[in-house]
Design a protein around this ligand. Sequence first.
Ligand SMILES: [Zn+2]
Ligand SMILES: [Zn+2]
Length: 249
Amino acid sequence: MAIDAIEQIKSFTSADYVGALRRVEPTENQLEMLRVHLSAPDHTLTARHLARAVGFAKWNAANLHYGKLAGKLCNELNVAPTTNLSILVEFFKASGSEYELCLRPSVIEALRELGIGGQGTWSFQEEWGIEKPLVEGTSFTVQVSAFERNPVARQKCVAHYGTSCSVCGFNFGATYGGSAEDYIHVHHLKPLASIGEEYVIDPIKDLRPVCANCHAVIHLRQPPHSIEEMKNMLRDNENAQLYDRNPAA
Ligand SMILES: [Zn+2]
Ligand SMILES: [Zn+2]
C-alpha cells in the first residue's frame, strides 16, 4: 500500500471517523466486531481471536464483514479502497507469531464518542432509525446469538411482548426489583438452516422474550426446543411432581 495513504489515514481525527461511521451505518455484525475489538486488552487482537470472539467459525467470515466496513469507510474518507483494514487498524507482528490488529487511536476515540461498547450503544442504534428493516449479514456461520443481541430488534420484541418469560411467565423486575427491572433475554426462533443470505429479522414473528433459565433449557438441544415444547415440558413435569406428592390424586 502507498505510504501516502497511510499518512492520510494517520491524519484523520476522531471527528472524521464519527462522521464516516454514522454515514456507513455498520451492520450488527460489524458493530459487534468493533465492540469486541474495543474491549480487547490494548484494543489489540489477532484476526483469529476476533473471529472467535464474535462467534464466527472462520476468520474468513469475520474478515468479510470487517473488510466491507473498512471499504465503506475508505470510500467515505476518500482513501484508496486498497488500504482495506488499515483504515481501522495498525498491524503488528512479533517474530514467528500471528499478525495482531490494533485499533487506531482516532478510531477508538470515535467509537467511544458514539457509545459503541458502552451504554450509549442503544441510542447510537436509535439515531440510525429503528424503522428500517433490520438486515443481518449473511450465511450459516453467524451465530444465533448475534440476532438475539441485536439491540433494535430486542427493543421491538420487548415492546410487543413485554418483559415476562414466554415460557414460564417469570418476570425479573417483579421478582428482584431494582436493577432487574426490564431485564429479559430474547430468543430467536428461526433455525439457522432456514436463514438465507440477506435475512431480515421480524422482531415480532422471530423473537420471544424468555427468562435466563428457560433460555438455557431451550438451547440444551440442537435444534433448540420450541416455545410450545417448553411449555409442554413444564406442564408435564409439574403434573408429574404433583402426582409424586399426592399419588392418590
Ligand atoms: Zn422462563
Ligand atoms: Zn436463544
